[in-house]
Design a protein around this ligand. Structure first.
Ligand code: TPP
Length: 615
């Protein structure tokens, strides 16, 4: 199973540097850096300031921890997330108290929604000043309580090694997620004893990884007796490094597979059993297969509203097997007939054995009729797009060509909007860990810093950010960080001159009244005509050059491949390509928000005809 090598699982943070039985006197700040070294952290993204300053001094001497000085703490947080998603290890970011810490709130919330293991370390005002509205004081533990898996306020320097060990353990195990460690400045300054190894004390924290044998048998029985099953695969399968096991189960049973936005790459897009992505902008076969299924075999997915559409009309004929590491997910949105709590890799491995036992007993699922229908839908409703008017670039074509030319080994990070959906539709994902995006929170500005984090963690990989011109203007300053730190990412700005996804909703649901979605012009603009050529503010090519990157522009379809290839050849600096694309392209298929998946439109106003005996 070669995929395992490319499929790191949560909890893989190497403890290679862990010292054997050390007891040394040092400052709390030194103890923090030694603890980070001991848990195997190799990269920290951050910005110093008063409260965290003591920690930056010993950081300068560390030969094991590389600090990357970002331009905004939000960039540090998303970079930690990108690092974690691309490497499977825990990402680390660091900030000072008050505004430094609050700038981390968005990426922490983002990591929480997408179950990404990161540890955020913040400086806090001195312990005596806590609660006095001291300069740069913010109650970051209080603020992040609902968006962290766990958080700590440390005022006793002796606790630092234990807290860091626990934070990494909690972030990486069970359902991964962000952990915040807030350390008072006086605890960093005080003299203490660094001891390693350290005893952790987490009596209430024991994630269940081994699934219950009876539930596995029940699930296997349902799978072999179902007539219309679908393996509904979510990001948990990628997080658990369970993609090889998934493929074995899929090929053993012959059941169709759908992979959610968070699971792209968990099952090869090119595999004949793959129906595509379900959800608001999912493929017709994937969305419809879930609707018509008699069994949803759910693995590490969470029945997100973007997948289910109107919940009470979702998959009306289906029984549900729901396997998840987090028991709180099971039955949250849709009751499960067979709930399974466990690690996706262990669940899948046990299921393979249980299904084989059913086969040996002569019980084998017959999905031939189901496949006849699925193949028909695949043939009739492939994901595609209308070409742009002659001479203009269509955004889908740009993204499709990047995917084809750069290939399935690269890492792709997307922002949020139309370009994100087109990336999910037109890049072919074949391997886990190659698709980074903000699925749960939908955070504009995610792409550039996440790509930076991915490239810092996997320097050998080609890393492309596919960004919107709106998203790019939120976090592009991290290209300065990339240029200065030898992190040569590529950024494809899909420049449609507008907040495209919002504009699409205005086209469809607000009578084409384009209130405040045109980006490159001011209030005089009528919002309908594209801004005149030359009114490019900012000019992304000049902006790129100003940040130490190579800036390229592509406006004509005939130049597309050459520009992508030109960017691929440049590896000593980051590259930004400003793709000027047709502004009225829309994302299809679409299930309008709050409606039933049965209302899916293949293209504007075109509802698929299923000629259906199940309706
Ligand atoms: C931080 C943040 N603010 C606002 C939104 C709402 N929103 C979702 S998509 C979008 C437009 C994105 O525009 P752009 O980056 O140009 O991408 P496009 O849709 O044109 O591809 C907006 C404003 C968001 N998701 N995140």
């Amino acid at each position: 199973m070669t995929e395992h090598a490319a499929s790191p699982r949560r909890g893989d943070t190497p403890a290679a540097h862990a010292p054997q039985h050390v007891v040394e006197t040092m400052t709390g700040a030194q103890s923090l850096i030694r603890s980070l070294e001991a848990v195997g952290a190799d990269t920290v993204f951050g910005i110093p300031g008063g409260a965290i300053l003591p920690a930056y001094d010993p950081l300068m001497d560390s030969t094991k921890v590389r600090h990357i000085l970002v331009r905004h703490e939000q960039g540090a947080g998303h970079a930690a997330t990108g690092y974690a998603q691309a490497t499977g290890r825990v990402g680390v970011c660091m900030a000072t108290s008050g505004p430094g810490a609050t700038n981390l709130v968005t990426p922490i919330a983002d990591a929480y929604m997408d179950s990404v293991p990161i540890v955020a370390i913040t400086g806090q005002v001195t312990s005596k000043a806590i609660g006095t509205d001291a300069f740069q004081e913010a109650d970051i533990c209080g603020i992040t309580m609902p968006i962290t898996k766990h958080n700590y306020l440390v005022t006793d320097p002796a606790e630092i090694p234990r807290v860091i060990a626990e934070a990494f353990h909690i972030a990486a195990t069970g359902r991964p997620g962000p952990v915040l460690v807030d350390i008072a400045k006086d605890a960093l300054q005080a003299t203490t004893t660094f001891r390693w190894p350290v005893e952790t004390s987490l009596p209430g924290y024991r994630p269940v990884t081994k699934p219950h044998a009876k539930q596995i048998r029940e699930a296997a029985k349902l799978l072999v007796t179902a007539k219309r099953p679908v393996l509904y695969v979510g990001g948990g399968v990628v997080k658990a490094g369970a993609t090889a096991e998934l493929r074995i189960l899929a090929e053993l049973t012959g059941a169709p597979v759908v992979t959610t936005l968070m699971a792209l790459g968990a099952f090869p897009d090119s595999h004949p059993q793959h129906l595509g992505m379900p959800g608001m902008h999912g493929s017709v076969p994937a969305v419809t297969a879930l609707q018509k299924a008699d069994l949803l075999f759910t693995l590490g997915a969470r029945f997100d509203d973007r997948v289910t559409g109107k919940l009470d009309s979702f998959a009306p004929y289906a029984k549900v097997v729901h396997a998840d590491i987090d028991p709180a997910e099971i039955g949250k949105n849709r009751p499960a007939d067979v709930p399974i709590v466990g690690d996706a890799r262990e669940v899948l491995a046990d299921l393979v054995v249980a299904v084989q036992a059913e086969f040996d007993a002569g019980h084998k699922g017959d999905y031939a009729d189901w496949w006849e229908r699925l193949d028909e839908w695949k043939k009739t409703y492939p994901v595609g797009y209308e070409p742009a008017p002659a001479g203009e670039l269509s955004p889908q074509q740009v993204i499709e060509r990047i995917g084809r030319l750069v290939g399935p080994d690269a890492v792709y990070a997307a922002g949020v909007g139309q370009h994100q959906m087109w990336s999910s539709q037109f890049i072919r994902f074949e391997k886990p860990g190659t698709w980074l995006n903000s699925g749960g929170a939908g955070t504009m500005g995610y792409a550039v810093p996440a790509a930076m984090g991915a490239k810092a963690g996997r320097p050998e990989a080609a890393v492309w950010a596919i960004d919107g011109d709106g998203c790019f203007q939120m976090t592009n300053q991290e290209l300065v960080t990339c240029a200065l730190n030898d992190i040569p990412i590529k950024v494809a700005v899909i420049n449609n001159g507008s907040l495209g996804m919002v504009r699409q909703w205005q086209t469809l649901f607000y009578n084409q009244r384009y209130s405040n979605t045109v980006l490159h012009s001011g209030p005089d603009h009528d919002g309908i005509e594209p801004p005149a050529q030359g009114t490019r503010i900012p000019d992304f090519v000049l902006l790129a050059e100003a940040m130490g990157c190579v800036g390229l522009r592509c406006e004509r379809p005939e130049d597309l491949d050459a520009v992508i290839k030109q960017a691929m050849e440049i590896n000593d600096r980051p590259v930004v390509i400003d793709f000027i694309v047709h502004q009225d392209a829309m994302v299809w298929p679409m299930v309008a928000a709050g409606t039933s998946n049965d209302e899916i439109q293949f293209a504007r106003g075109v509802r698929p005809d299923f000629g259906d005996d199940l309706d």
